[in-house]
Design a binder for this molecule. Structure first.
Ligand SMILES: [Ca+2]
Ligand SMILES: [Ca+2]
Ligand SMILES: [Ca+2]
Length: 241
């Protein structure tokens, strides 16, 4: 029998299957790389935000209040900055990106969550005058948010997935809710317990590695301002003795 030249149907099928497997692998790899790039970009944004928050603190003698509306501006209790004390509308809201001069959204198009401690920190936080819009004089007092009388320390805690402390007495934290941020803004039970912890409005936050395991999904990206760094910068700038 004469064997026909070229591929048989079976050979063609095998070739097509192999090509599709290779292409599938390539597409998957490209997808993972794109995801990684977006996460890297968000980490860079968070680094810029940290610097911007420090800059705000150096200029104003305090950290900004969260934006509890949609305009990217700080919100104060009663709707306006008080003449006497800084009093944030809420300790948690969205990053007041306009006031600190950074971009409004993460790479997935969602605003950053921002929480500032309701307690001031140590001896420089006691009932300082409002300095909204005016630079604080050198070596004067410094406040995070002096609504609490004689506050002692920052009150935000960063834990790992297992509830172990990563950082305590944190003055401020900024969260990108990751790719599932749009859904997570509702902070519903569809999210893993760890992700719910980053949008439920309390003082506990979770930082962990990326996971897409069922029930353990975690794609949030966090940055926080350590008390030590904030104090060191304020001392350098002679805003603290
Ligand atoms: Ca606002
Ligand atoms: Ca998330
Ligand atoms: Ca929480």
């Amino acid at each position: 029998m004469k064997k026909s030249a070229g591929f048989t149907l079976i050979e063609m099928s095998i070739v097509l299957i192999v090509i599709s497997l290779i292409l599938g692998g390539v597409i998957k790899t490209v997808g993972v790389q794109r995801q990684q790039l977006k996460r890297d970009e968000t980490r860079q944004q968070l680094t810029v935000i940290t610097e911007a928050l420090l800059g705000f603190a150096l200029t104003n003698g305090r950290l900004p209040c969260p934006d509890t509306g949609v305009d990217g501006r700080e919100d104060f209790a009663g709707g306006a900055a008080l003449a006497t004390l800084i009093d944030c509308d809420d300790e948690e809201g969205l990053l007041p990106h306009v006031d600190i001069g950074v971009g409004n959204n993460d790479v997935w198009g969602n605003r950053f969550i921002y929480r500032v401690t309701g307690s001031g920190i140590e001896s420089f936080a006691d009932d300082v005058p409002s300095q909204v819009g005016t630079p604080q004089a050198a070596a004067s007092s410094f406040s995070i948010d002096s609504t609490s009388p004689n506050p002692a320390i920052g009150n935000i805690t960063i834990n790992d997935m297992n509830g172990n402390s990563i950082a305590l007495q944190v003055p401020a934290v900024v969260v990108s809710l990751g790719e599932n941020g749009g859904r997570q803004m509702a902070c519903g039970a569809a999210l893993s317990l760890a992700e719910q912890q980053n949008c439920n409005g309390d003082t506990i936050f979770i930082d962990s590695f990326y996971s897409n395991q069922a029930g353990q999904q975690f794609d949030d990206l966090l940055v926080w301002l350590p008390l030590t760094v904030l104090k060191a910068r304020m001392i350098e700038a002679e805003l603290l003795p």
